[in-house]
Design a protein around this ligand. Structure first.
Ligand SMILES: C[S@@+](CC[C@H](N)C(=O)[O-])C[C@H]1O[C@@H](n2cnc3c(N)ncnc32)[C@H](O)[C@@H]1O
Length: 364
């Protein structure tokens, strides 16, 4: 990939390294990090190295009568942000609209004044949610300005945010369609809730989880389920599924997603993983055949209570966006279990971030 912001923008730290080299370097790094565990050959799952992000956040930089998108500087250049000319990692729908949208906003005093950040979320049809975040008082009077903007960009829904206040024109969600190994699943994705950033790799991650759970029997517990991204397809491999997540809006989307995909064997619950883990002592799981758990925690990994709960399951599928906390958690979870599969999903080309998937099975 070539990008005119390479070397300026702090997001693509590996801008000088050819993509194939990045994959080799990251695989080697993971092999070294996890060398103390008995890990099988790491499967490298990669995709396109440009136009792969379906969500992105940019600061806005104002200078005289011009406004620019801005990103944080490269570490070597110190703190702060710098204006960028383009961003090649965002998908085509976002890439194509960035410049004309900012041009229109710049022409309009009310929309431009104290505009601090612009966030983009796209679906596979090229529809977008654009969130405008302000550092000023915003009230209902912004509606007229957004309506005029919407005439120029009818495929965009806008959300306007200012600390504590939110205005939505006309909706704050998208419906995305993911084709996973020939079967299409529909997902409602709500603005400002978690969604996997790289659509192509996300499809491959779900396919990997489906294949690695195909021979498991019984029911499934899922923690950190988000909008049901893994839950909906994986529910086809199990009798019953209980899936939980801390964000009520994500659970609302997940419940909707189960309905539109006609899955009727899933119960969703909005609660923290630690709270859910403590339900075990109340006999909450009577009637469930609990051998299998899927976890996809945030970067902090598992808290102590949750790790203890997860450690009671025979079969664990662990999706992780942070190898450091994955390693810490595997120190507990790998005891008495075999690591059956280890995958590296390259969700974040040109950065040092690594997403992994690990399948563990209790040794009988
Ligand atoms: C990496 S995301 C994964 C979401 C989902 N599995 C997916 O693939 O889209 C982690 C999710 O954990 C949720 N979360 C964060 N802290 C949590 C906690 N303490 N308990 C339960 N869920 C939490 C977040 O809201 C987020 O949806």
């Amino acid at each position: 990939m070539e990008c005119s912001s390479f070397g300026k923008c702090g997001s693509c730290a590996l801008w000088q390294m050819p993509y194939k080299k990045q994959l080799e370097m990251k695989k080697k790094r993971l092999e070294e990090m996890f060398s103390e565990f008995n890990v099988p050959e790491i499967e490298v799952i990669s995709g396109s190295d440009e136009h792969f992000r379906s969500r992105a956040e940019f600061r806005v930089w104002h200078e005289d009568d011009r406004s620019y998108y801005a990103m944080r500087k490269r570490k070597e250049e110190g703190r702060g942000v710098i204006p960028i000319d383009e961003c090649k990692i965002v998908d085509k729908a976002i890439y194509n609209v960035m410049e004309p949208l900012l041009r229109e906003i710049t022409k309009n005093k009310a929309l431009r004044f104290k505009l601090y950040e612009i966030d983009f979320l796209s679906n596979s049809k090229g529809e977008l949610i654009v969130t405008l975040i302000y550092h000023k008082k915003v009230d209902e009077s912004i509606e007229g300005e957004i309506k005029r903007l919407k005439e120029k960009f009818p495929f965009i829904d806008f959300v306007v945010r200012k600390k504590g206040r939110k205005f939505v024109f006309d909706k704050n969600y998208l419906i995305d369609e993911l084709d996973i190994d020939g079967k299409v699943y529909k997902y409602k994705i709500i603005e400002n809730t978690f969604s996997q950033p790289n659509r192509e790799i996300n499809k491959k991650m779900i396919g990997w989880a489906l294949r690695n759970s195909a021979s498991l029997k019984g029911d499934l517990v899922e923690l950190y389920c988000g909008n049901g991204n893994f839950t909906i397809p994986l529910s086809e491999n199990f009798n019953k599924v209980i899936a939980t997540e801390i964000n009520p809006e994500s659970i609302q989307a997940a419940t909707f997603n189960a309905e539109i995909n006609k899955r009727d064997n899933i119960s969703f619950m909005a609660m923290s993983a630690a709270e859910f883990s403590s339900l075990k002592s109340n006999g909450f799981f009577r009637g469930y055949d609990l051998k299998n758990v899927l976890i996809d925690p945030p970067r902090a990994g598992l808290d102590e209570k949750t790790r203890k709960f997860v450690n009671e399951f025979d079969n664990i599928i662990y999706i992780s966006c942070n190898p450091e906390t994955l390693k810490r958690d595997l120190e507990t979870l790998s005891k008495g279990r075999e690591i059956k599969a280890f995958a590296f999903f390259d969700q974040f080309p040109y950065t040092n971030h690594m997403e992994c998937g690990v399948v563990l099975e209790r040794v009988k």
